[in-house]
Design a protein around this ligand. Structure first.
Ligand SMILES: *[C@@H]1O[C@H](CO)[C@@H](O)[C@H](O)[C@H]1NC(C)=O
Ligand SMILES: *[C@@H]1O[C@H](CO)[C@@H](O)[C@H](O)[C@H]1NC(C)=O
Ligand SMILES: *[C@@H]1O[C@H](CO)[C@@H](O)[C@H](O)[C@H]1NC(C)=O
Length: 317
């Protein structure tokens, strides 16, 4: 009796696809975003992209109504004079036909949508408007990036990728910001590079681990800030990487309240800059406070430590 109730509870998690919304600040046609989309879909997620028409790096939490794309989207990915929001007019429809929840508008949709404004605006438009068309409701989880370039410590305050993740949290959608130090902004149709696949694969691993931990995916008002070190010959494959729980900002001695205890740390997590800078291939996962984009408190850290326990490691002592 108890056993069968337990089994029934587990079934929906395994059988029902999880609905993802993706954004970034490097632009809708930047390749990291597209490679991550492919990786998520390969892993069984449903996803769509709602991202800025152009490079909006460093735009933090700015938000403004989208405007006509006077000069066209980045990398000539949409023509000059394109409407404020749109998609790829020449994309065949089958891109959405795989989505199970379709509305009457879906014949005009492709899974890659641009919004000619800031990252926050693109995330908001995706959650408030596009998600209804794709999923018939809100997305289950929001992911931003992988950003081209790290978003560590104080830099998270200015990051549009972090801004987009925080916006999702403010709209009640659990969110993760991903950033990696390798590469530069690359057009969607340029050749695939190894770092793109490695970052996409690692990001899918984190997303999957969080989803497998069950709902709610994250405590309220919290986002995750994930950073990857450089992909090089020593850190060349996803399996080379280890994830370590970290802090966004520097802890002030005697003033900053204790962090969660783990890895024999006496109640102080390493900062994310230190994690990514440690020799080896260490990726940082910080629990961010969506209010001020600094480190969330010990209680939220404990929840994440438990949820992501299966993928977390310690720094070498
Ligand atoms: C994207 O925008 C940022 C911030 O304005 C700028 O530093 C960077 O050079 C831009 N990237 C490209 C490829 O133009
Ligand atoms: C638009 O769709 C066409 C046809 O599938 C494709 O070749 C092109 O790369 C797409 N462009 C963008 C920016 O996604
Ligand atoms: C990270 O922590 C180390 C001490 O472990 C400190 O030296 C460094 O300044 C901190 N950096 C940042 C950006 O928080």
């Amino acid at each position: 009796m108890y056993l069968s109730a337990f089994v029934i509870c587990l079934l929906p998690l395994a059988a029902v696809a999880v609905n993802v919304i993706q954004s970034n600040d490097d632009g809708w046609a930047e390749k990291n975003l597209r490679v991550f989309y492919d990786s998520l879909v390969d892993a069984g997620f449903e996803s769509f992209i709602s991202a800025p028409a152009d490079n909006e790096s460093g735009k933090s939490s700015l938000d403004a109504p989208p405007t006509e794309v006077d000069d066209g989207c980045q990398f000539q990915s949409c023509p000059p004079g394109s409407p404020p929001t749109g998609n790829n007019a020449s994309m065949p429809r089958f891109n959405v036909d795989s989505l199970r929840h379709r509305s009457k508008r879906s014949s005009q949709l492709t899974v890659e949508q641009y919004v000619n404004s800031y990252p926050v605006t693109a995330m908001k438009f995706g959650i408030q408007t596009l998600s209804e068309d794709f999923y018939g409701g809100l997305p289950d989880i929001a992911v931003a990036g992988p950003n081209v370039g790290s978003n560590l410590g104080i830099v998270t305050q200015f990051s549009g990728t972090v801004g987009a993740a925080v916006e999702a949290v403010k709209e009640g959608i659990p969110a993760i910001a991903f950033s990696g130090s390798s590469g530069e902004q690359t057009a969607w149709n340029a050749p695939l590079e190894n770092y793109m696949s490695v970052y996409a694969d690692l990001s899918t691993t984190v997303t999957q681990a969080l989803v497998n931990s069950g709902t709610p995916y994250l405590p309220s008002n919290v986002f995750l800030n994930v950073n990857y070190p450089e992909v090089n010959e020593d850190c060349a494959a996803p399996s080379d990487y280890k994830f370590v729980l970290s802090r966004v900002n520097i802890a002030i001695p005697f003033l900053t309240p204790a962090d969660v205890e783990t890895c024999g740390n006496d109640g102080r997590l390493p900062n994310e800059t230190d994690v990514v800078g440690t020799d080896g291939c260490y990726a940082s996962i910080s629990v961010g406070d969506a209010g001020d984009k600094t480190t969330a408190g010990k209680e939220a850290q404990s929840v994440v430590l438990e949820k992501l326990g299966s993928i977390l490691s310690c720094l070498p002592s």
